[in-house]
Design a protein around this ligand. Sequence first.
Ligand code: PLP
Length: 368
Amino acid sequence: MLHVRQSIADFIMRRDFGVPSYAKDVFISAGFQRALMVVVKLLARGEGETQTGVLTPMPCPHTLPALLDDAGVKLVPYQLIEDRGWAVDLDELRRALKTARGHCKPRAIYISNPGNPTGHVQDWKSIEEVIRFAAAERLLLLVDEVYQDSVYGQGKECISYKRVLFEMDKEYSETVELFSFHSLSSAMMGECALRAGYMELVNIDPEVMHFVDTMLCTDISAPVTGQLALDLMVNPPKPGDLSYEIYTQEILLTLATLSQNAQRAQEFLNGLPGMSCQPAMGGIYLYPRLRLPSEIIEKAKILEVEADVLYCQMLLEEKGVLLGAGCQYGETTGNHHLRLCILVLPDTLEKVLAGLGSFHLHGHTSSP
Ligand SMILES: Cc1ncc(COP(=O)(O)O)c(C=O)c1O
């Protein structure tokens, strides 16, 4: 719907303090994952040394490896630096790229900011570094900014890649190819079932944009109700509107809950033996590190499952608590992780932490 595309462009312009945005560059899809699939399929080509590779953070959203595999592109892992609050590190990006060359042809880099499942939020300098890296290595930027309105870390703000790009010299702002994604399901409104999202294309060849448009039309189109909800998301009630008060209260409450839950869970997890958790600044997850006892590791080997998956299965069976296993693709550090969703009522979080704590302390923790 052209009207919704225009609303989105207006929203982006307000968000980025006047950096221009045009409806013709905004594409609506049935959610982030459909949009990403369309783009990645356009990038997919070659095999062996020439197969398209996409630099992907480790850890990454759990659905991403399967999506890339399905699209026929190779996942090229780069490690986020846990001890530095899951920072994106330039040397690590260079290492990952160098290692990949010869095995595939890296053509794009995927970024999750604010990070899923790590909760990190990149600052201006870090974003600028990634843009320079992408420019130097001729990589397309695929920037997942679906948690852009869920930033609660003190003094933190979500800065969009586009805003930083447009503050840079022309050699970057007019050349670096950027796809920026947002989604109704992951925004504050959290309307998962309505299925809608959008991507904004920057510095993309018009011929390619034509293909994106065609592929989105032949893909599952975003439902009209989803598009209308998207319109509301980018154009929320204003002072004087009937629903302004209630809308503002709900948004503030959700943000306050996220912030409190993040702090509470982080403190709790850091108090458990064998667990450590970096503070989260945004998004809806914590990603604590877990040192597992040798019995679980041995048992997992016998059952041929990942040790963190087994830990989560046992936790579910014994305490009725469901957490996500870290399952880091290609993890070789011997560390394990858990994915804890903190977008829940504080009472629910308390129950989850109590169940996890008693499970962990009764025989499921490794001695230091
Ligand atoms: C990082 C990230 N991006 C996007 C999505 C969701 O995308 P969609 O709009 O397809 O629901 C999720 C949630 O699954 C997510 O965690």
